[in-house]
Design a protein around this ligand. Structure first.
Ligand SMILES: [Zn+2]
Length: 377
């Protein structure tokens, strides 16, 4: 439908439905195609614009600055993500982020928090860049401390289901409405099936956090691809996954159950060089690879959501509308973002992104949170 932007922007809630992603509003008076879409949702962000969300001492104003840069990429809601580390540091980082959420004018963009680890595989490959020393078994007391630190805003916990304690843990956190996600795992088919029966609904960055060489079949990637009760998110930076795997994985999951995430690390939207995720040093190279310092092991990405959507079109052959769906409706569903799994409907918080689409490139031109313009060019 065509409509006047003015009607939409004047209130804090939307007055019309955005059931699908972007084919709803176009402004025909512009030289290039301009679209309006629900604000993008990123359920896995470890840091951004040189700011580390895993350090309990990161200043609030620095977190605020990084959120400002995230907004400029079209993201209106995201889950800051804390990875495997010492118990006190993980709880401290979550407490610091929750405090920033309360105090910052842009804090509302931090809708909840994702804890990735520490209950993951200790083995090289599945463990990815998480420090082996701090891998530990599922612990509901520690989960309670995370919830206490964030005022009950933990929304996703990523864990490996091969821990004997995993089923009970998954049953407990999903009763709270928390998403149990499978990741950094080398689980058997039976262990994955048990985790799903216990309530797991998501695969975290499927195809990554895995052995570089594995049995062709069966293996834990096929098992998760074939499990229709699992949604799956993918890091679409053109580095973590090749185009053939991405295409096949999206077809297996279908456009209903596939999700775009960035898994952004502090070097995202920053210059090449040395950065830190908690105590771990990482390097951003000129070709946008983020690796553990002195190694070739990937440690998150330098991806931004707008580039991820472009990459879905370029690498996987999706239409722009379908690509945006993976960053809006599907991301909301996977992360249980309140009120967003139907796109935007009348009465919802007016979180919107306006962008130009030209030659396969997205240029974000305006972003609104609750109807308030927070970014424009
Ligand atoms: Zn990971």
């Amino acid at each position: 439908m065509n409509c006047s932007g003015k009607d939409l922007y004047s209130e804090a809630t939307v007055h019309m439905a955005f059931h699908d992603a972007i084919d709803t509003v176009t402004f025909s008076d512009e030289a290039s195609e301009v679209y309006l879409a629900p604000g993008w949702i990123d359920i896995q962000v470890n840091g951004f614009a040189a700011v580390d969300y895993n350090n309990p001492a990161t200043p609030q104003e620095e977190i605020g600055r990084s959120v400002g840069v995230l907004l400029s990429t079209g993201v209106t809601r995201f889950y800051p993500t804390v990875i495997t580390g010492p118990p006190d540091a993980m709880a401290g980082a979550l407490r610091n982020l929750a405090s920033a959420r309360e105090s910052l004018p842009v804090g509302a963009a931090m809708d909840g928090f994702h804890v990735e680890g520490p209950h993951i595989s200790a083995e090289d490959g599945p463990r990815g860049a998480h420090p082996r020393h701090w891998v530990r078994k599922p612990d509901l007391d520690e989960y309670a401390r995370w919830q206490e630190a964030t005022g009950g805003r933990i929304r996703i916990v990523t864990l490996a289901p091969e821990w004997p304690e995993a089923v009970r843990y998954i049953e407990r956190i999903t009763r709270d409405g928390v998403v149990a996600a499978i990741g950094h795992t080398q689980a058997t088919a039976a262990q994955i099936a048990d985790a799903v029966s216990a309530g797991a609904t998501l695969s975290t960055h499927l195809g990554n956090g895995a052995h570089s060489v594995m049995r062709r079949h069966p293996n834990y990637i096929w098992d998760q691809l074939a499990e229709d009760r699992l949604m799956a998110d993918f890091i679409v930076d053109g580095i973590h996954l090749d185009a053939a795997f991405l295409k096949v994985a999206l077809r297996a999951k279908t456009l209903e159950r596939a999700v775009l995430v960035t898994d952004a690390a502090p070097p995202a939207a920053a210059a090449p060089g040395r950065y830190y995720i908690g105590e771990q040093a990482v390097d951003l190279s000129e070709d946008q690879r983020v690796t553990l310092a002195g190694q070739d092991r990937l440690a998150g990405s330098a991806l931004r959501m707008d580039r991820g959507i472009e990459n879905l079109v370029r690498l996987a052959g999706l239409s722009l509308g379908d690509a945006v769906r993976l960053a809006t409706v599907n991301a909301a569903k996977a992360g249980k973002v309140p009120g967003r799994s139907g796109g935007l409907t009348p009465g919802d918080r007016a979180d919107l992104v306006q962008f130009r689409w030209d030659g396969g490139r997205i240029e974000v031109t305006g972003v609104w949170i609750s109807g308030r313009r927070v970014y424009s060019i």
